[in-house]
Design a protein around this ligand. Sequence first.
Ligand code: UD1
Length: 369
Amino acid sequence: MLKILNVVGARPNFMKVAPIVAAMKKRPDDFLPLVLHTGQHYDAAMSDAFFTDLDLPPPDIHLGVGSGSHAAQTAAVMERFEPVVLQEKPDWVLVVGDVNSTIACALVCVKLGIKVAHVEAGLRSRDRTMPEEINRLLTDQISDLLLTPSPDADANLLAEGIPQERIRFVGNIMIDSLFKNLERARESKIKTELGLVENDYAVMTLHRPSNVDDRETFERILSALETISTRLPIVFPVHPRTRKTIAEFGLTERIAASKNLRLIDPLGYLDFLNLYSTARIVLTDSGGIQEETTALGIPCLTLRENTERPITVEMGTNVVVGTDTQRIITAAMVVLDGGGSKQARQPPLWDGHTAERILAVLQEVSLRS
Ligand code: UD1
């Protein structure tokens, strides 16, 4: 029996951990899973809604760290996590993704000699100004087991000198949640509530500090949205960070003037899945949404200069367009005019069975050590 402490902290973690915990609960003779929430995200819309939508059991342990500067938040997680690990003595701590909670918990474990498995290892944007890139690099260096979503991730890890025996290509865990919940998401009434017609609207998300904390960049993107919204409604569930900067930059009235640009509160997992799965086009700076749109064959424009998920460009529907107003408009019009829609292929092992492969690897590696 393996005791596994599964760490969640921020919104993009919940849909990665939920299928893993569900798979472990189905095998009570082999796995004892605990869920630990650091509390990095704490609003009902950023956290609780995902537990309900994803059938993720309520956390066994909640650290309640909340927001703060990078140093303060990372330090708070470390300080509160250490005594829990010492008390629980898990066989493995499982961390996912690239948020501050991921590196904080991995760092505590490596110092205590507790084994860490990193799910979604090996992704690299090669942009060290992104806090997530630092979190990825460091977490991968110190984790015992690196579970990768795509072959490019394996190549990145090997190039950084990480030995092959620590790396396992298991596929994309987000897609497990996506396929599992697609049917349930169809019951969401979100499109009716918003008065939207299937395949005749765009979905937009934006929360990267480089896009929303910089006034000029934000305004360049906004100008593009104003033009695109003359063609079709754009639904924009607004992250709390973005909500704050819209107010700080005094952009509330300008946005309200674009009637087809519709800002709404952040959505839960099922409502959001319902929304983007029948969108004509998605514009985003999220990592996960690049993958989800590729899995469903929905055209996606990534409003960043780079991506840590190149397979979504090589095989999927993603186009990295940056933040220049005209480039965004041109790329969107290509999609809206029906030309240039990319032929998407499903990347290997994005098949809904990644959780089972993770469990198999955990068992096999534990038997060896
Ligand atoms: C974090 C992750 C990012 C991920 C994103 C998804 C890091 C470094 N960044 O960024 O990789 O893509 O989550 O959402 O870990 N806030 C609330 N309510 C909440 C949470 C946050 O109002 O429940 C506000 C706070 O004012 C906070 C700000 O949002 O200061 C930013 O939150 P934080 O967790 O620091 O980073 P995110 O931008 O959410």
